[in-house]
Design a binder for this molecule. Structure first.
Ligand code: HEC
Length: 272
């Protein structure tokens, strides 16, 4: 009798413990992530800004930033905005390194609407302090032009998605034909790196879709690597400054530690 009671209590305890574990796991979102569908894990890539021990000496590859800007401007800008970036940022230290004159020329390729002295709207060229325009008037128009899907602003996309640069790169080069038996939605494209393996964005990159000014061959891989480098900079324009500062702080701490050690030796030198 006693033995049975003990067993029953033990079983009840075990069930309660498992229940608690499942509730905790759900609360902490441990285990397979159902939200991401059955998307494939992004492939890790060697990025210039991640080089050196723990990436501390990594900087942006200037050439990649300038080429990546060209990819954004001539391909992605048709559907995606870059609202947090002003044209003049393109000349900021730690960025693509365009000159002030180049920035002026780039800005003037875009127009904006202002009111003239009679209060009538007129189109004028944008100035370096203006921001990149969004390609659509609002979300409704954006969705109407894209099969109901919304092309997100790309300013901080590298930070906004799990997997960051590796994910965006994998996504851009990851288009494939859907395997037999896969149910692809209308106007959708097969891509294993996107949730549910289908995305409303048509493959945006093709070999030689643009011509690079520095003669770099424009393969899909190269175009993607460059635009993702550029989007890493837009997401974190102060990345190089932050790393330089971190490096200085470490040197300062090492010097400080050495100084304190020798001071300690000196103060206690007559005690044995
Ligand atoms: C013809 C329009 C079009 C062009 C050009 C285009 N995209 Fe997209 N993009 C979309 C649409 C639409 C979506 C939303 C897809 C969805 O939600 O299914 C999207 C989504 C994305 C996403 C978000 C994926 C996610 O995880 O939510 C990224 C990143 C992206 N595009 C990058 C780019 C880059 C980089 C380029 C240029 C090389 C580019 N796109 C060119 C239409 C476009």
């Amino acid at each position: 009798m006693n033995y049975d009671n003990g067993l029953r209590r033990f079983r009840r305890g075990t069930i309660a413990a498992w229940g608690l574990l499942v509730v905790c796991a759900l609360a902490l979102n441990i285990g397979p992530s159902f939200a991401a569908g059955d998307a494939k894990k992004p492939k890790p890539h060697d990025w210039s800004w991640e080089s050196g021990p723990a990436g501390i000496t990594g900087t942006f590859d200037r050439g990649a930033l300038q080429r990546g800007f060209k990819v954004y401007k001539e391909v992605c800008a048709a559907c995606h905005g870059l609202k947090f970036i002003a044209f003049r940022n393109l000349a900021d230290p730690g960025g693509p390194g365009f000159s002030a004159d180049e920035v002026k020329a780039i800005a003037s390729e875009y127009t904006k609407e202002v009111l003239d002295e009679f209060g009538d709207p007129v189109e004028v060229p944008r100035a370096p302090f203006d921001h990149f325009p969004s390609p659509f008037a609002n979300e409704v128009q954006a969705r109407a032009s894209n099969n109901g899907a919304y092309p997100p602003d790309l300013s901080v996309i590298n930070k906004a998605r799990a997997g960051g640069a590796d994910y965006i790169h994998s996504l851009l080069i990851g288009y494939k034909d859907a395997p037999a038996g896969f149910e692809l939605g209308d106007g959708m494209y097969y891509n294993e790196y996107f949730k549910n393996k289908q995305i409303a964005m048509a493959p945006p990159l093709f070999e030689d879709i643009i011509e690079y000014d520095d003669g770099t061959p424009a393969t899909i891989e190269q175009l993607s690597e460059d635009v993702v480098t550029f989007l890493m900079w837009t997401a974190e324009p102060k990345l190089e400054e932050r790393k330089r500062m971190g490096f200085m702080v470490i040197i300062y701490l090492i010097l400080m530690a050495a100084l304190l050690y020798f001071t300690y030796r000196r103060i206690w030198s007559d005690r044995h």
